[in-house]
Each structure stands twice: as C-alpha cells, then as structure tokens.
Design a protein around this ligand. Structure first.
Ligand code: 13P
Length: 333
C-alpha cells in the first residue's frame, strides 16, 4: 500500500514572510483596465485585452524575475487570462517561483458628507470572489485606501480602516494573505510634517480596526507610503525621509506584523530605492521591509516595449534592472 504525503499548505504567516523576506519584494502589476489602457495609450499602444495580456506576460516571464521578486499583483482581467503558451497567469507565476496575488477592491467613490475624501469599494460579494481566487491559487490579495492630506480626518481614516479590516479578515478566512494598503498621496506641495500627520492618522485608525476585526497580524503585509514632502514641494534628503518613515511606523505598527512592503507613489525609481535603502539600514527593525512598487519598476519597461514584439527583450531588461535595484536596496551592505 502506498501512502501519499500531503503537500505542505503554507500558513498565512509563512506566506507573508515569503513575500517580504529573503531580499525580494512584490511587483504591483494590477492597474485597473481603465488605468492600464490609459498607460498603454500614452505610449502609443492601442489598448485591448490582448495588449494588456501581452504586457503582463512580458513582465511575468522576464528571465530571472524570481531572483528579486517574491510576488506579483494582478488585476482580475489578468488573473483569468492565459499566456501565449496557454498557461493561466496564476499557474505560470507559481511555476516561475513568484506568488500570484489579486487586487480585489473595486476602486474609490466619494465619501458622502466628506467633501473630496474617498472611500474604497468592493466589500459586496467579496467572500464569493475570494473563494474563486483561492481556488485559482491566489496566495495574497490587495486592497488600497487612498487619502489626500487635504481631506483626511479621523472619520475618513476610520471609514477606510474599517473597510480594510473587513477585507483583511475575509481574506484570512479563505487562506489568502491580505496586503493592507493605506496610501497617503504625495501629490501636492505640502511639507513632510503634513504627510507625517496624515500617515499617523491613517495607520492609527487602521490598526485599531484590524484589532477589533480580529485580524491575525502575523498573516498580513502592510503596504504604506514613505513619509515625504509632496512631489511639488522641495524634496527632503533620503535619510530624513527614512527617519520620519521609521518613526511613524515604529510608533504605530506592532512588531507582530511580519513585513512592510512600500508603494512607490510617483517617486522616481532612484528616490524610492534610496528611501528603502536608508530605512532598511536602520538597526533593530522589528519587521522586514521591502518594496511593492508599481510605476518605479515598470514604467521604463512599458516605454521600451512600445507594443512591439521585437522590443520585448529590451523591455524585460529594463524591468529586471529596476527590480534588482530595489532588491539591492534592501540587501544589507
Ligand atoms: P506605485 O508603486 O506605482 O505607487 O503603485 C503601487 C500600488 O500598488 C498602488 O496601489
């Protein structure tokens, strides 16, 4: 009689650790159909499901991506598409050593009664969608709340923190690690102190809601912004950004959270990497820190590709160079 040993199913904590440790980070390739189409058109590429598929295939199949990338976030459209060789995207990602993730929020709406503030939508029917993604081997999910420093208030932070917490608790029920993303936008000419205050407001409400929702903090990945002045203000040196970011996170984020993966938020690749480099050099960090950049990793690749099959290899080199730069930023000197 033969006995088969069941394959080890990773725990939420193990998956969160795999996403954020080992000198690798997460590639955000989950732009909505609307955003992705606009980015393609900006490069003179006609937007279509096939063009969006070809672009994501180029990213996923860059040779050696898994050396610096632990996971890749897809949007629903890509999650259900096939590569040109017929494999589904999630299946191909697993085979390439990269965990597939899925963006599950459905975008933002104005928050009634709070002029200019936004609330992220997508809780209705989320359980059924997560069940389907879990069946298709999603390892993790993402939900993004968006805050503007001009409109964030205690209530705006709490309403969005509550939605993030309900999303996170549901993900964990389906064995999916939630990436919890409260993004304070860096558009504007505000100073670093304003970003510091807004980020503290967003994170304080978020962690209070996560605790009340019973979310297992050892099985989440936090995806915050760096604490910086607005992009239209005088820039701060990387060590000042790293210190401010560390202090905010250290004051609010429990050490039980295994990993923090930063968004790039419109900062250049060089700036985002140097913030990360300075921050990851801080002694006694209680959590692992890494990247979950979108634009800072992919913009150069999209430009180099320009929709031409002949440019795929050159575009992949651009992507890999940026992923290596980001990974080098977190590997200890
Ligand atoms: P950026 O790094 O381009 O800000 O995107 C990251 C992301 O996933 C935003 O939700």
């Amino acid at each position: 009689m033969t006995t088969t040993i069941p394959a080890h199913v990773p725990t939420l904590a193990e998956t969160a650790q795999r996403m954020t440790r080992g000198g690798r980070g997460v590639l955000a390739a989950d732009e909505s159909i609307k955003t992705m189409s606009a980015r393609l058109e900006q490069e003179g590429i006609a937007a279509s499901p096939t063009a969006r598929r070809d672009y994501r295939e180029l990213l996923l199949t860059a040779d050696g991506l898994a050396d610096s990338v632990s996971g890749i976030i897809f949007a629903d459209e890509t999650f259900g598409q096939q590569l040109t060789d017929g494999r589904g995207f999630p299946e191909a990602a697993h085979e390439l050593g990269v965990l597939p993730g899925i963006k599950v929020d459905t975008g933002t709406s104005p928050l009634a009664g709070h002029d200019g503030a936004l609330i992220t939508e997508g809780l209705d029917g989320l359980g059924a969608r997560l069940a389907s993604y879990a069946e298709r081997k999603a390892a993790f999910a993402k939900w993004r709340a968006v805050f503007d420093i001009r409109t964030i208030t205690e209530y705006v932070a709490r309403a969005n923190g509550h939605a993030l917490a309900r999303y996170a608790a549901l993900c964990q029920q389906y064995g999916i690690v939630p990436i919890v993303e409260p993004e304070v936008l860096c558009t504007g000419d505000h100073d670093l102190a304003a970003c510091d205050r807004a980020t503290r407001l967003a994170l304080t409400a978020l962690f209070d809601e996560l605790r009340q929702a019973g979310v297992d903090l050892t099985g989440i990945v936090l995806k915050p912004n760096f604490v910086t002045p607005g992009l239209a203000a005088a820039p701060a040196p990387a060590d000042v950004v790293a210190r401010a970011t560390f202090e905010v996170l250290h004051d609010i984020v429990p050490a039980t959270v295994p990993g923090i993966a930063f968004l790039s938020g419109g900062h250049t690749t060089a700036d985002a990497c140097s913030f990360l480099h300075k921050l990851s050099g801080a002694p006694d960090l209680p959590w692992s820190v890494t990247f979950s950049f979108g634009r800072a990793l992919v913009s150069a690749a999209l430009q180099a590709w320009a929709g031409e099959p002949a440019n795929v290899a050159a575009a992949q080199q651009k992507l890999l160079a940026n992923c290596h730069e980001a990974a080098n930023a977190i590997r200890r000197r």
